[in-house]
Design a protein around this ligand. Structure first.
Ligand SMILES: NC(=O)c1ccc[n+]([C@@H]2O[C@H](COP(=O)([O-])OP(=O)(O)OC[C@H]3O[C@@H](n4cnc5c(N)ncnc54)[C@H](OP(=O)(O)O)[C@@H]3O)[C@@H](O)[C@H]2O)c1
Length: 246
């Protein structure tokens, strides 16, 4: 596949990009820091045994970077790409967000509004060349309104609904939208947080996400135990949700 990848520098994105390179996919990586992107490209090239397509600056806080970054990715892939992956995102605790409205505004903008705007540009380009795959990392935090993730969860809930709508509207035209809903995964994002019993590793998440991308599965929970956990949480009545702390 000819892949454009936003968020391959760390965490689950790095693990997934490595898997893709190892099996022979060609990647063009997007992110905030050119030196970081160049380091990522070298790492992917070693794992893939050949050079990758290239890199360009793209910051989810700066929508003006989206068009030029996707133009550069298309050019480097010989005119078009067939898969776009977005693992980039921002996290902060509910306490931090309640105390800092500017941080809350930044997180809501990066994780919802600007991620949607990036996906809108990407999906138009995919549809213009007959379709393709758009894989975006949302979160189980968007499944219910929960005390520890009121604001972060709201941004992911909005993102999940947007991706669901895209799937309903455009699948018949060849666009496969894959929404990834990770539970707690040990990455730089969750460093310092207390890990729950089913905490996962980025490498295991990468394997199941890659399978879902290949099969065009619209929703993937990772690690897998989060699927039944969230099935139960979705059914809990409000009076229970008000009492519990998770
Ligand atoms: N870890 C979890 O438990 C968990 C659970 C549920 C959902 N998720 C979601 O899964 C995705 C991946 O999470 P992760 O744990 O792998 O995160 P991570 O290790 O913190 O990596 C985050 C990635 O996002 C990039 N990024 C952050 N802000 C950006 C911006 N403004 N513009 C462009 N790139 C930006 C980072 O790039 P830099 O190198 O430039 O910082 C990095 O590559 C995120 O959407 C997250 O919300 C994570």
């Amino acid at each position: 596949m000819k892949i454009v990848f936003l968020g391959a520098t760390r965490g689950m994105g790095r693990a997934l990009a490595r898997r893709m390179a190892e099996r022979g996919d060609s990647l063009f990586v997007l992110g905030r820091s050119t030196p970081e992107l160049e380091r990522t490209l070298s790492d992917l090239a070693v794992r893939g045994g050949r050079s990758m397509a290239g890199c360009a600056e793209c910051d989810l806080a700066r929508p003006e970077t989206f068009g030029p970054a996707l133009d550069a990715a298309a050019a480097a892939h010989g005119g078009a790409f067939d898969c776009v992956v977005v693992t980039a995102g921002l996290f902060a605790t509910q306490d931090e967000l309640e105390q800092d409205p500017a941080l809350a505004a930044r997180l809501l903008t990066v994780d919802f509004t600007n991620t949607v705007l990036f996906c809108e540009d990407a999906r138009k380009r995919l549809l213009a060349t007959g379709g393709g795959k758009l894989c975006v990392f949302s979160s189980v935090a968007g499944e219910r309104g929960r005390k520890p993730v009121v604001l972060y969860g709201a941004s992911k809930a909005g993102l999940t609904r947007y991706l669901e709508g895209l799937d309903h509207k455009f699948r018949a035209q060849g666009l496969e939208v894959i929404t990834v809903k990770p539970g707690f995964v040990k990455t730089s994002m969750t460093e310092g947080l207390k890990a729950p019993p089913f905490a996962g590793e980025p490498e295991a998440v990468a394997s199941s996400v890659l399978r879902a991308i290949d099969r065009g599965r619209p929703v993937v929970y990772a690690p897998l135990p989060w699927a039944p956990i969230m099935a139960v949480i979705r059914t809990l009545p409000r009076f229970v949700m008000r009492r519990v702390g998770f």
